[in-house]
Each structure stands twice: as structure tokens, then as C-alpha cells.
Design a protein around this ligand. Structure first.
Ligand code: KG4
Ligand code: ZN
Length: 338
């Protein structure tokens, strides 16, 4: 069946048509209108502006997704929309648009959790993937470890206690003069620096837990920059990018390994997902860890790591399979739970 997936939780308006069924997982179209250029002016996402930009883009993007897929509403078996978590004003645009489409065209409507959507990108990358597996979700707003028990059952076994990995990358990127969002630029710059140049705290929370804390690492990096500036010196940006990235990578590898040898022992597959999953250093390190542990490693293509409608359509298919339909009372929520 064809699913129309809609995403508007942050600064990307996206619509996609994905074919899902027994042995079929195929992206027919995945149109993403990014607002990055608009928010770059402010160094971060301005929620009010995001909501307005979604309104301007949503009809055009949806039309484009249907046209590129070569389908009409009559071919769509379900409309899947991100309802949570995210920026409330941004989410409401997609939710209301999807509700209207579903109602007017008599198409079943399903609600999708954005984080579950990120993980579902892996189903589109590896058509043979099925639960159970472990998932590491690293994005602008989230950093969590999950046991994915079945297609719609997620057990969180670890999470950040403060900032998300992406947020921390973006903050440091901003301070050293990278355009928003700094994550991708830091990824490249890290190859030019010395990872041992600065000693930085690990984002892996000490002890027998699977949690992260990025605020200490972020503050330590900012302090280094400020101290250098006060002395009239300039910090070596590449060295900082390399040292910072090394700290993030080793923290993520440490907790992922603890999970693989702890609650996820015996689960033979690890999925890496979310916007920060585009980071080459994290991809390489987790790939090596999985090879060492004899675990299959799956990470979506970079184009499917950032927010997009195809991942929402894929996650929506499994909600549809469970018969979990939404009606016109469907709402959005900024929180992890509806
Ligand atoms: O998943 P996503 O598109 O949005 C949220 O759901 O939050 O993630 C966006 C985040 C941003 O913080 C961005 O800097 C980060 O993903 N990101 C990266 C890379 N590409 C995107 N972080 C590190 N390395 C990258 N290559
Ligand atoms: Zn996201």
C-alpha cells in the first residue's frame, strides 16, 4: 500500500510517498523543504518563524510528493503524520493539514512519534530488518538508547539527562563561528585537528547506567574558548572539533557497548538513527564496535538521517498494521508522550 508521510516537527517541511507491504519497502518520493537558511540568520530555530514557514510550504511539498510518485489521493492507503515530540506550533501545521487531507479524501489517518520515525528510516535502508533490535537515536533534540521489541514497542534503556548530542554540536559550532547547524561542519573540521589536543569530559554518565549528559562537555568546550579569548589567543578550531568529536564518540560507544553486553545482549542488530547519525565519526565507531561484538550494524543513508516524510510514512505503516487510527480530534504534543 502507499502511505503519505508528513513531517513538520522542527525546521523541515516534508511529504513523502512510500510503498509498504509484505517484502516491499520502497520510497516513491521524499520531498524536503528545509528552513535552515531562514533560521541561520538567528543562529538557531525560531519556533514562530518555523510554524509560518511550514504553512507556506506544506501544500506545495505535498503536491510535489504525489506528483513525483505518480499517484493521486485515490492511491493513498493511509496518511501518517508526526504528532510529537517537537515544536508545538510547527507540529500543528502538519497535523492539521494531514487531518484535513485524510478527512476530505476519506483516507485512514495515523499518528507517528518522531523518534520512532527516525528509527523507521532503517527499515527503508534494509528491507530485511525486523525487530527485535537495539537502536541508538541521536538527533538535535534527542539522545536515547532503545530496545525495539516489535515494530511499535520501544523500551528506552538510556537517555540524555540534559542536552541532546545535536544540540551540543550546534552550540559549540556556533561559538567557533560555524553557520547553523554546526554539526555537519564540525564533522568535517574534526578530520583536520588533533583529537588529543584538549582533555574534555565524557558525555557518558559515570556508573552502572546507560545515560548521557552533554551539558558538562559543552560547558568545558565553551570555557576553553572563553579562556583563550580572555588571554587574547584564538583556540585551534580544528583541534577543538577533533577533541570534542572524540569525546562524543567515545561516550556513545561506551554506553552502546554497555547496552550490547547488558540489556541488549543476544539481540543481534544495532540501528543508528537521527540527524546526528549522519556524523561520519559516530558511524565509523559504531560500525567497528558492532564488528567487534558480532552484531549487525544498520545506519540509514545520510539523506534519511535528517527529518523527512519517508521515515514517518514507514513508521506510520506499522501503526496502521496495528489498527491504531486517529480521527479528527487528533492533536499534537511537544512532549515525548502524547
Ligand atoms: O534529526 P534532526 O534532523 O532533527 C531533530 O529531530 O532534532 O537532527 C538535526 C541535528 C542538528 O543538530 C545537526 O547539527 C545534526 O543533526 N547533524 C549532525 C550532522 N549532520 C546533522 N551532527 C553531527 N554530524 C553531522 N554530520
Ligand atoms: Zn528529527
Amino acid at each position: 500500500m502507499y502511505i503519505l508521510g508528513m513531517e513538520s516537527s522542527c525546521d523541515e517541511t516534508s511529504a513523502a510517498v512510500v510503498e509498504m507491504g509484505d517484502g516491499v519497502r520502497q520510497i516513491k518520493s521524499d520531498i524536503v523543504a528545509s528552513q535552515i537558511e531562514i533560521h541561520r540568520l538567528y543562529g538557531g530555530v525560531v519556533p514562530e518563524i518555523a510554524g509560518r514557514a511550514h504553512i507556506e510550504a506544506v501544500s506545495r511539498i505535498t503536491r510535489q510528493a504525489l506528483d513525483e510518485a505518480g499517484v493521486t489521493f485515490a492511491d493513498i492507503g493511509a496518511v501518517a503524520v508526526t504528532t510529537h515530540p517537537g515544536l508545538i506550533g510547527a507540529l500543528l501545521v502538519g497535523v492539521n493539514f494531514a487531518k484535513s487531507l485524510a478527512y476530505a479524501n476519506q483516507i485512514p489517518l495515523v499518528s507517528v512519534n518522531h523518534i520512532h520515525g527516525h528509527v523507521a528510516a532503517a527499515y527503508l535502508t534494509d528491507p530485511t530488518l525486523k525487530p527485535p533490535f537495539m537502536a541508538v537515536v541521536v538527533s538535535g533534540g534527542h539522545t536515547s538508547l532503545f530496545l525495539v521489541r516489535d515494530y511499535t514497542t520501544f523500551e528506552e534503556i538510556g537517555a540524555t539527562r540534559d542536552d541532546a548530542a545535536g544540540e551540543a554540536f550546534d552550540k559549540v559550532g556556533r561559538v567557533i563561528g560555524m553557520p547553523y547547524p554546526g554539526g555537519a561542519a564540525l564533522d568535517k573540521l574534526a578530520y583536520e585537528g588533533d583529537a588529543n589536543a584538549f582533555r574534555l569530559p565524557s558525555p557518558a554518565v559515570a556508573g552502572d547506567n546507560l545515560d548521557f549528559s552533554f551539558s558538562g562537555l559543552k560547558t568545558a568546550a565553551l570555557n576553553l574558548i572563553n579562556t583563550a579569548e580572555q588571554k587574547g589567543e584564538q583556540i585551534d578550531r580544528a583541534d577543538l572539533a577533533a577533541s570534542y568529536t572524540a569525546a562524543v564518540v567515545s561516550g556513545i560507544v561506551k554506553k552502546t557497548d554497555m547496552a550490547l553486553t547488558g540489556p541488549a545482549r543476544g539481540i543481534g542488530t544495532l540501528v543508528l538513527a537521527g540527524g546526528v547519525a549522519a556524523n561520519s565519526h559516530i558511524r565509523n565507531a559504531l560500525s567497528e564496535l558492532c564488528a567487534r561484538r558480532g552484531v549487525k550494524f544498520i545506519v540509514p543513508d545520510r539523506s534519511l538521517c535528517g527529518d523527512n516524510g519517508a521515515m514517518i510514512a514507514a513508521a506510520g505503516y506499522f501503526e496502521y498494521e496495528q489498527g491504531r487510527f486517529a480521527d479528527t480530534s487528533l492533536n499534537a504534543s511537544a512532549c515525548d508522550e502524547m
